[in-house]
Design a protein around this ligand. Structure first.
Ligand code: ATP
Length: 688
């Protein structure tokens, strides 16, 4: 009756991307009812014998172990950034010194207590020693302050250098992925998981985490026995003090409560703008209000979201045996030390000072260990993030590169390339519908081929396969009689120029948008202007205030707030008050160019690439042009073509098909007829 709410997933603990999670599997999944919620948690059979919180601790360490090789690699890479050497060395030394200072302070505390004890017992004070101790403690705290300050100063440049280094790698990791790989949802998820935050890099976080672990180790280095004794209490304290807002490991939660589902649905219907028209026109308001009230009354205080419900459930369940055991355990290290002191008085002089020191030391160790345990979750998460980051560098592309250079003879490119489809069928990844069915045709070198067909017949798909954005599901494509899969992708794409119907424009300047058509000559301003002229774009570009430097869509938004309503433009751009009202302080504007103008820019981009290209493909290049502009465009394209092979896709027969050496007439994934304009007219006057 009601749709199920999607399962929330928490990206930590076990690798969630492997295997499946079936809430109904009672063997592996524990079900808990929490108010109106059903919580399903995966039980880890491998670690079944380990009780309570220790189990999740072991899981965490298990995961951390898998991440270590990647952390080592990260340190190697950071070590190779020369600009980081001194900064990192300084940061490391300061961290270690800061970790040692508490021990020195503790030693002086001991001395101080001894002085006090002597004063009480013998009524004498060693003034020199007292002065030394006081001065040393002051120096320690001054040094700590100064070092912390220097550490903060080093933090920023280090973070920035490391972030920049990884930003470049991440950019490449994403940019190199082909179309089917990049559109794969698993790959998208993997990339999202490894995204670097704008302020700190994953790598820098990992450096900090590692340094934190090392400094904790240094702080605890002499206190092995104390640390071990404190361990038990720390674990218990952690379990008792647990105030989680969500479960750990693999879990899912859902609610099937009809009143809750309905009330949330109704609240959305009322809140969301898009339903308002129907809501008012349909006279639904009274009905919705009374239904909502009814549902709310039935729900009472059960209407909480999952996290709230889980948190409350945890709090009410907290009074248990572990809570009772926690306090005695806290005293254990001190009791053991005192007993040892009594047993071996010569080893540990039992005095007021030593007893006090023991108390201080044990509580300090206990706190440090507690902090460490508190953070192991985030430590593991941090280390895993670096693994995920590196894994994105090696995501394999679905379209596998070939090894054969293309063309064999660069001179011949000017004569065009031959393209042959042999029994090609194709379906898009994730789809079960053939959009091309057993297609065969051959375009000879230097021919003009026009593919004609209705919407959705498969014309664009043919061009995508020629550009090898995808590989055929069945059959083969040959370019100059060589299987397209064997050719080097970079060579093939350099020799081919494709203007897609759904061309994109980049959030860059118009100059860059055109220049990207030929990255090798992107700096050649004259060539860019020439291409713009051939694409019919120069005239309107020059009318823009910033001409070729105009951004089609500004990648960085202007930020402002509380502008007087009369302000219509800012930084030369118009201000949109509607979005100010909505978002509070932000607005962005694209340079409202028309569809035809945008298309001319895209065309100019194609004209950038006339050298070194043997095959030109145009997908409906005249869709947004008026008839005169279309005629001009075809004339220019025919001149540009020279002897090269050219393929057009279009909806209709007309101007262009008259000049075609080969027309492929497509309908519903197959080629119905092929030939020249005249041949097709003779065969079937109806279609032309
Ligand atoms: N990325 C995609 N994923 C799944 N299906 C797709 C994808 N792109 C296109 N299709 C489907 O493939 C079929 C053929 O599309 P194609 O774009 O090749 O047709 P077309 O003849 O070029 O149409 P148009 O004239 O509208 O551009 C259509 O049914 C379309 O819905």
């Amino acid at each position: 009756m009601y749709g199920r709410r999607g399962f929330g997933r928490r990206q930590r603990g076990i690798n969630l991307d492997e295997g499946t999670f079936d809430p109904e599997d009672a063997q592996k999944v524990k079900h808990t009812r929490i108010g109106i919620w059903d919580l399903y948690e995966e039980v880890e059979p491998r670690l079944k014998l380990v009780p309570g919180s220790l189990r999740s601790q072991l899981e965490t360490f298990h995961e951390m172990k898998g991440s270590f090789p990647f952390v080592l690699r990260m340190f190697k890479e950071i070590g190779a950034i020369r600009a980081c050497w001194w900064l990192l060395a300084g940061y490391l030394i300061i961290t270690l010194v800061l970790a040692l200072i508490p021990a020195v302070e503790l030693w002086y505390s001991g001395l101080l207590l001894k002085i006090v004890q002597n004063a009480v017992e013998y009524r004498t004070v060693d003034r020199n020693l007292l002065f030394q101790v006081a001065a040393s403690r002051l120096i320690c705290s001054a040094i700590t302050r100064v070092l912390q300050h220097v550490q903060n100063l080093l933090y920023k440049p280090l973070n920035e250098r490391i972030r920049q280094h990884y930003a470049i790698h991440n950019f490449h990791a994403r940019a190199r992925l082909d179309v089917p790989t990049y559109s794969d949802s698993a790959v998208q998820r993997q990339l999202d998981n490894s995204t670097t935050s704008a302020r700190t890099s994953i790598a820098w976080n990992n450096v900090l985490t590692t340094l934190h672990l090392v400094s904790t180790g240094v702080e605890l280095r002499d206190g092995t026995l104390l640390a071990t004794l404190s361990f038990g209490h720390t674990l218990f304290r952690k379990k008792v003090g647990k105030q989680n807002w969500s479960p750990s490991g693999v879990w899912a939660a859902t609610t099937r409560d009809p009143d809750y589902l309905r009330s949330i649905g109704m609240a959305k219907a009322v809140h969301q703008q898009q339903h308002r028209k129907e809501l008012v026109a349909g006279g639904m308001v009274d009905y919705l209000v009374s239904s909502y009230r009814g549902a709310a009354e039935r729900l009472g205080n059960r209407a909480t979201d999952f996290y709230e419900a889980f948190h409350m459930h945890n709090i009410t369940n907290r009074l248990n045996l572990t809570a009772f055991l926690s306090d005695p355990l806290r005293e254990l290290p001190q009791i053991v030390f005192t007993l040892r002191a009594v047993q071996y008085p010569s080893d540990i002089p039992l005095s007021l000072a030593s007893l006090n020191l023991i108390t201080q030391t044990t509580s300090k160790f206990s706190r440090t260990l507690f902090d460490l345990f508190e953070q192991t979750g985030s430590v593991a998460e941090n280390l895993a993030s670096i693994r995920k980051l590196y894994e994105t560098y090696t995501i394999p592309n679905l379209v596998v590169d070939g090894a054969t250079p293309f063309p064999e003879n660069q001179q011949n490119l000017g004569l065009g390339v031959a393209v042959e489809f042999r029994n090609v069928s194709f379906r898009y990844p994730g789809s079960n519908k053939d959009v091309l069915r057993n297609i065969s045709f051959k375009i000879l070198q230097g021919q003009l081929c026009v593919i004609v067909g209705a919407n959705g017949s498969g014309k664009s798909t043919i061009l995508k396969l020629i550009a090898r954005l995808y590989d055929p599901t069945e059959g083969h494509i040959f370019v100059n009689d060589q299987d397209i899969r064997t050719l080097k992708l970079a060579d093939l794409r350099r020799a081919t120029s494709v203007l897609f119907q759904d061309y994109t424009y980049f959030p860059l300047s118009i100059r860059d948008n055109i220049a990207l058509g030929d990255p090798d000559n992107a700096h050649d301003d004259e060539k860019i202007r020439e291409a713009a002229t051939l694409g019919g774009a120069t005239e309107f570009i020059e009318r823009l205030d910033e001409g070729f430097d105009t951004y089609l869509d500004r990648p960085v938004e202007d930020i402002y707030s509380s502008l007087p309503q009369g302000t219509k433009t800012l930084f030369g751009r118009s201000v949109e008050y509607s979005s100010i009202r909505g978002a509070g302080n932000m607005s962005s504007h694209s340079k409202g160019l028309s569809g035809g103008q945008m298309q001319r820019i895209a065309l100019s981009r194609t004209f950038m690439r006339d050298d070194g290209v043997g095959l030109l493909c145009f997908d409906e290049p005249s869709a947004s042009l008026d008839p005169t502009a279309e005629h001009d465009l075809f004339e220019r394209l025919r001149q540009l073509r020279g002897n090269k092979t050219m393929i057009f896709s279009t909806h209709r027969f007309g101007n262009l098909t008259r000049h075609a050496d080969l027309i492929l007439y497509m309908d519903d994934a197959v080629i119905l007829e092929e030939g020249t304009h005249d041949q097709l007219i003779k065969q079937d006057g109806g279609i032309c």
